[in-house]
Design a protein around this ligand. Sequence first.
Ligand code: USQ
Length: 417
Amino acid sequence: MKVLITGVDGYSGWPLALHLLARGHEVVGLDNFVTRRRVREVGSWSATPIPSFPRRQVAVREVLGKELVFHRGSLTDWEFVRNVLSTERPDAVVHLAEQRSAPYSMIDVHHAVTTQVENLTGTLHLLYGLRECCPGAHLVKMGTMGEYGTPNTDIPEGFFDVEFRGRKDHLPFPRQAGSWYHWSKVFDSGDVMFATRIWGLRATDVMQGVIYGVRTPEITDDRLLTRFDFDETWGTALNRFIAQAVLGLPLTPYGKGEQKRGFIALEDSMQSLTIALEHPPSPGEYRVFNQFDAAYSVNELAELTARVAREFGLNPTIDHPPDPRVEAEQHYYHPLHDHLLALGYHRTRELEEVVREIFHDLLRFRRRLQARRHVVLPTVQWRMPDSRPLLAARHPTAPAPPSENAPESPPAGSPTA
Ligand code: USQ
């Protein structure tokens, strides 16, 4: 099968290209390298050294003996999208080319607007491009488990049966995203679902949990490594905890640290996406996969990281800085994830062994972490600077609003929710 990967230079786009090539698929990649530029914008870099894309292509040729065709450009450019799709006519498109950082989208109005305009424009261009050039192609769209938020009920895979005032229906499960970034994915989901309905396109919307790990079986040479971000904006909590341990900094589960998320190893994420590709939906079908293996709280991640760190002679402490995000710090979390299992998916990697593997790699690149240690602590705030009354009104569990005589702002550093 011929697969177009948008965002092929990214954290999961790159190992997916290697994996599909190794399985004998034809792979075409597309990217505009904006993640590399934006990581530089926040003063950081990947802990793993990432070669330029032409060098990556040479490495693929030399190590895997395969050709990776590449188009440089942005999905926000309609002519570029139409040109790539009409030239390549792929059987499937895996759409990973989106601004993927929640904190980046929360920096200010410009970052919020850029995130939503870019993400939604890219998806709409792809949908129109598919309609015009290859309507039979299967779109595998990277969404996020964060679209659902943390409701006090189980979370189905996309849809659920509902009965209201005596009438029943099968409807999309409510979305309650937690950042402008996560909301962009919600809007994307609506657009993809609508396009399947009106044009008969076929699509899989992948509600991806947090991915962890730097290695897949195809990454047998350092030139094939994928990126590893650890700064406050681009690094996920687990990446940051491991980097903090290597740097001798305290680990930072925010607030109470009982925020739970679904997780999947990089290698198993590749397996899931491949299963989705090799079992396409029917024309007109919009299906949703909740793609994760197990849920962990950030406290559990911090404790596991500290335990594995000790095997490497490191002895990190665990700190609990105030949560810079507006999110439930303690909540029920039970999403379902049966659709992939029904297609033969099985977990192959355990969290602890992968954390150990990451330590092995990061210790080799310790100097690169040290050179950027100043970007690890959180600075991006979700809430208004003076937001206690607003939060208290919306969240019954938030501290009571200050009395009229109290100072307008809480003292610096005090928890606010
Ligand atoms: N967190 C900490 N300490 C830190 C960093 C984060 O406690 O130092 C907490 C956050 O407050 C949050 C949780 O860890 O409660 C997860 O945050 P994260 O930065 O690891 O991940 P998130 O912002 O949710 O986004 C990541 C990817 C995103 C993907 C998403 C999947 O960056 O692209 O869509 O995971 S999911 O979380 O399922 O929505």
